[in-house]
Design a protein around this ligand. Structure first.
Ligand code: PMP
Length: 360
């Protein structure tokens, strides 16, 4: 069976080099005589794996020393609740920018613990843009500001920081972490489920400024308190050992390719190629205004549900899979994370051109 080009929004494709490395290690990791998933998380071998993964991520993202890197479970969805549980401590209020379904879910969870104040929303136009933000929206009577840096379903992204002043900025970077260079110090907390740009589902990365750890009320369960993870090297209990190991392989791979700056360059080229084709197409249309377009998730439509269906089915036959848009948007969506090679984007464009010619 040949590999396909997998445009899934997540779980998404992984670099073939990483899969091969995992295959090499499968029966026995190094001299251990066992697979990593069979290994005690308290063993020296495993400690090396998690320490190296953290060090490589710190390197890749230039994470300052006053930030902790935590490996959690529960997906980005658990962070929708953990962030307010841990951070809504003084004003019991946070500002939210509502840019899609994931932001909405974060808002719903925050409401359980305090006031979730929506400062701006793009819901009026099916979340096809990022709302204009200005400094007076972010009143200082809030514990933090929450944004979704890249909106996986709608294919939009923040291209500049919201003017939050001194307020801690929290971002859901599930679908854009490691795709372009950012300054971690601009954020108080970054979280991301792994299954798009990092590795397998099951591990969630939290990067948190240390002064924000340790303020959760006593009523917060131990496993929902960031302090538990920070104090115990993410090993208060058994972490998702295998997912962290694969994430570590991805980090090594990214370093070998030249790091996040290099990925950003490639991602911009891949996205530009695809958007340019769509913008010049008599058949396909992009759904997002150019200035808000995501580098990772590219939604497009033909304008006819029938044709969309035919497109997706034909693409699958051509080895280009998971191009169906999210059920709430319809149409198509090509997710082109770090691990999607340029050749995959070229093949997609070639198929689109062929489809277009057949449907003049
Ligand atoms: N936030 C964003 C931006 C996402 O794309 C997703 C998943 N598609 C989630 C949160 C939810 O992630 P999880 O399934 O890991 O809870």
């Amino acid at each position: 069976m040949e590999r396909v080009y997998n445009f899934s929004a997540g779980p998404a494709c992984l670099p073939i080099e990483v899969l091969k490395q995992a295959q090499d290690d499968f029966i026995s990791y190094g001299n251990s005589g066992m697979n990593v998933m069979e290994m005690s998380h308290r063993s020296k071998e495993y400690q090396d794996i998690i320490d190296t993964a953290e060090a490589d991520l710190r390197d890749l993202m230039n994470i300052p020393d006053n930030y902790s890197v935590l490996f959690l479970q529960g997906g980005a969805s658990l962070q929708f609740a953990m962030v307010p549980l841990n951070l809504m401590t003084k004003y019991k209020k946070a500002h939210f920018v509502k840019t899609g379904q994931w932001a909405k879910k974060a808002i719903e969870q925050a409401k359980k613990f305090g006031e979730a104040n929506v400062v701006a929303s793009s819901e009026d136009k099916t979340f096809s843009y990022i709302p204009q933000l200005n400094a007076d929206m972010f009143t200082p009577d809030a514990d933090y500001v929450h944004i979704t840096s890249n909106n996986t379903i709608y294919g939009t992204r923040f291209t500049k920081l919201p003017p939050v002043g001194d307020l801690p900025l929290v971002s859901d970077m599930s679908s854009c972490i490691l795709s372009e260079e950012i300054n971690v110090a601009d954020y108080a907390l970054i979280y991301a489920g792994a299954q798009k740009n990092i590795g397998p589902a099951g591990v969630t990365i939290v990067i948190i400024r240390n002064d924000l750890i340790g303020h959760a009320p006593d009523s917060v369960p131990t496993m929902l308190n960031y302090k538990t993870y920070a104090d115990n090297g993410s090993m208060f209990n058994t972490p998702p050992t295998y997912a962290i190991y694969i994430a570590g392989l991805v980090f090594k791979h990214l370093k070998k390719l030249g790091g996040v700056g290099e990925m950003e360059k490639i991602n911009k080229e891949k996205a530009a190629m695809l958007y340019e084709f769509i913008d010049n197409s008599p058949l396909f249309q992009a759904t997002v205004e150019p200035k808000y377009r995501s580098l990772m998730n590219v939604p497009f439509i033909t304008g006819s549900e029938e044709l969309d269906k035919e497109f997706v089915a034909g693409a699958k036959k051509a080895g280009l899979v998971n191009l169906k848009g999210h059920r709430s948007v319809g149409g198509m969506r090509a997710s082109i994370y770090n691990a999607m090679p340029e050749s995959g984007v070229r093949e997609l464009i070639a198929y689109m051109a062929k489809f277009e010619a057949e449907h003049k």
